[in-house]
Design a protein around this ligand. Sequence first.
Ligand code: SF4
Ligand code: SF4
Length: 234
Amino acid sequence: MDAKTKEIINAYKNNKLTADEPFRFHCTQCGECCINRDDILLSPMDLFRIAKELNVSLEDVIDRYCELYVGYESRFPLIRLKPRGVIKRCPLLKNRKCSVHKAKPAMCAMFPIGRAVEFSEDERTSSKTSCIQYFYTDPGCGDHARTQTVREWFDHFGISLKDDFFIEWATFQKDFSTLIRETEKAFGETAMRQLWSPIFGILYLCYDLEKEFLPQFRKNTEELLCGLRMTANT
Ligand code: SF4
Ligand code: SF4
C-alpha cells in the first residue's frame, strides 16, 4: 500500500463522522484549496456534469483540463484535473473563481468533508450491505467559528446525502480492481496496453450528454465487468 493510500485510510478511521455528528469549521473563502492541488480526481459523473456546464464535449474537457493514468496500487483507470504552473493551480480556476461552480467535482463541493463506502457481509446469511461513511480532517485553513453537522453542511451546498451513484461507483471500483488484476495476470503487458484505451473510453466517454447520466453509467460499467469476466476466464 502506498503512503498516500495509507494516509487516506488512517484519516478515514480516525476521523469518522455520522451524518448528524458535529464538526467545527468555517470557510473564509481564501481560495487556497484550488491551488497546490494535484489530487482532484473526476468520476464519470463529475466529467459529465462539467462538460454540460461548459457546453463542450467530454473529450474536450479531458483534452483541455485533465490527465489520464492507471492507479499504481488500485489498477483503476483514473482521471484527474491537471494542475498548472509552479503553484499547481486547478485548470478550472478562472479569475480566482471556480469556472464550473454549479458543477464542481463532488470532492470540491464537499470539502473538507470526505466520504467512502463501507462494504460488509453477514457471515451467517452471506448478504452484502454497503453504506456511506463520512470523515472530517482539519484542513488547516478557514477557522473554527462555526459548528455544523455533515447533514447541515451538505444541505447548505445542495448536496444530497442519498447518493446512489457514489455507492454504485465505489462498488464498481472494487469489482473492477479485482477483475483487472486477474486479467493482468492472464495477459502480457503489451496486450494490456491495448485494453486500457477502450476501458477509459467506455468508462468515461461513452455518454450522450443529452440523456440521463445514471442509466448510461450502469450500462457502461456492466459492459466493462462482463467483458473483463469473459477475458479473465479465457
Ligand atoms: S474544480 Fe473548482 S472548486 Fe475544484 S479545485 Fe478547481 S477551481 Fe477549485
Ligand atoms: S475551504 Fe479552506 S482553503 Fe478553501 S476557500 Fe475555504 S478556507 Fe480557503
